[in-house]
Write a protein that binds this ligand. Structure first.
Ligand code: ATP
Ligand code: MG
Length: 397
């Protein structure tokens, strides 16, 4: 069956009253951007608590579904048959045709569920459901009715037009990006941070990204890798502002002036200071990292306490309680894994101490930082930051 429309199901939680309109409008906007990346012309419209995507030109079904499956806030995607409002005798044939075209083998249980929004339609919803059930049983003797746990629910919605659908393709869930403020995410070229970005974008947070580069220790290729990762993440999060911070001077200062066992920790504190400064300028409300407790020496709880001591902004770590296996499973699902595992140099791996301190104290790290002038180098790093806008991969790229 060639579908000309999709009915979009979204979670109702948190979308009552005035919020509901904001939520729906942002979701429609995000769906429009997602559909722009694929071939065909689509109309996204809102109608009495429903969102529809009408396909106005030839399009590829799988591609359209895939694009919709990247939009947070959608829980189900229903390919829907739209027919003009018509008397029951004609409608019933459409319902039979719908089942015939969608199911080769009708050995299953079903139920017809009718919703009558257009109260002028001459039959009540109960009547439509009952009649449609009878007509289907006549046409397909293998079918059986099960009103409690049907294998297939045939939905008939009577509006200005009539909508028939039975398939619900799972969506990405979450909340539409842009409904929950914005945050600055620290993105390396590894496996974890792209997954962290997916998880926080899923909660409706608009993301901006910061990447620390230390040329010539890190190469142009490492930066290209970050671009590739973000083009993939942007399929979910929408377009991303990327801030690339020149970090060489600060890293060399750390190497020349601080005890080796706290190199990484001080480096992370500098990253946080710079990230917070840029985040405030950008109007972001939080910082996000891809850390998880105990993964490496700089991610023990005392180390994290030392890192957080330099920020006043909340720092969220969506992977904090996850095992690497779980993170990898998500990175495969969102298709960042293969990009992440390409070899690259990260500024974190440039001056790695042999024996990093795993139980640092804030006082100890502050002492190690004393005697070096950081403010001017930090200012230079912020001023030297380059901004790029990254868009999602589109068809054929
Ligand atoms: P990842 O897969 O994210 O690189 P990792 O296990 O390599 O994680 P670390 O290198 O210790 O962990 O980094 C921890 C977190 O610090 C990263 O998830 C990221 O948020 C941030 N980070 C590390 N390096 C950079 C960088 N060069 N630019 C921006 N953020 C970074
Ligand atoms: Mg890393």
């Amino acid at each position: 069956m060639e579908y000309k429309s999709f009915l979009i199901k979204y979670a109702e939680i948190g979308t009552k009253g005035k919020n509901r309109y904001v939520f729906e409008d942002i979701l429609c906007k995000n769906i429009r951007s997602a559909m722009k990346r694929i071939e065909g012309k689509f109309l996204v419209r809102k109608e009495y608590g429903r969102i529809f995507v009408d396909c106005l030109e030839e399009y590829d079904f799988d591609e359209a579904v895939e694009a919709l499956q990247h939009v947070f806030g959608i829980v189900g995607i229903c390919p829907v048959l739209v027919v003009p409002n018509q008397p029951w005798d004609e409608l019933k044939e459409q319902v039979v045709e719908f089942v015939r075209e969608n199911y080769e083998d009708c050995h299953f249980t079903f139920k017809v569920n009718c919703r009558r929004v257009n109260k002028e339609y001459p039959m009540h919803s109960m009547e439509v459901s009952r009649e449609a059930g009878a007509v289907l049983l006549d046409a397909f003797p293998e079918l059986k009715v099960d009103v409690h746990h049907p294998d297939v629910m045939v939905n008939v919605e009577v509006r200005n037009e009539i909508y028939v659908y039975s398939q619900i393709i799972p969506g990405a869930g979450g909340m539409p990006v842009g409904t929950n403020g914005s945050a600055m995410l620290l993105l390396s070229g590894g496996i974890d941070s792209p997954v962290a970005s997916y998880m926080i974008a899923k909660r409706g947070v608009q993301l901006e990204m910061i990447h620390f580069a230390s040329p010539p220790y890190t190469s142009q290729r490492a930066e290209q890798k970050v671009h590739s990762l973000l083009r993939q993440v942007a399929k979910y999060s929408g377009r991303i502002m990327l801030f690339v911070v020149p970090f060489t001077e600060i890293q060399e200062l750390i190497k020349d002036n601080c005890p080796e066992e706290v190199f990484t920790l001080i480096m992370r504190r500098m990253m946080m200071r710079i990230s917070q400064e840029i985040a405030i300028k950008e109007g972001c409300q939080a910082l996000i990292t891809g850390e998880s407790v105990g993964q490496v020496a700089s991610q023990t709880m005392p180390a994290i306490a030392c890192t957080d001591a330099v920020t006043s902004m909340p720092v969220f770590r969506p992977l904090i309680g996850m095992d690497k296996d779980e993170v990898i499973a998500i990175s495969r699902k969102i298709e960042t894994f293969d990009i992440s595992i390409q070899p690259y140099e990260d500024c974190c791996t440039v001056f790695t101490p042999k024996h990093p301190r795993t139980h640092p104290t804030i006082a100890g790290v502050e002492k190690a930082e004393r005697g070096t002038e950081w403010d001017e180098p930090i200012k230079r790093a912020v001023e030297g930051t380059k901004v790029t806008v990254i868009k999602a991969f589109s068809k054929g790229e």
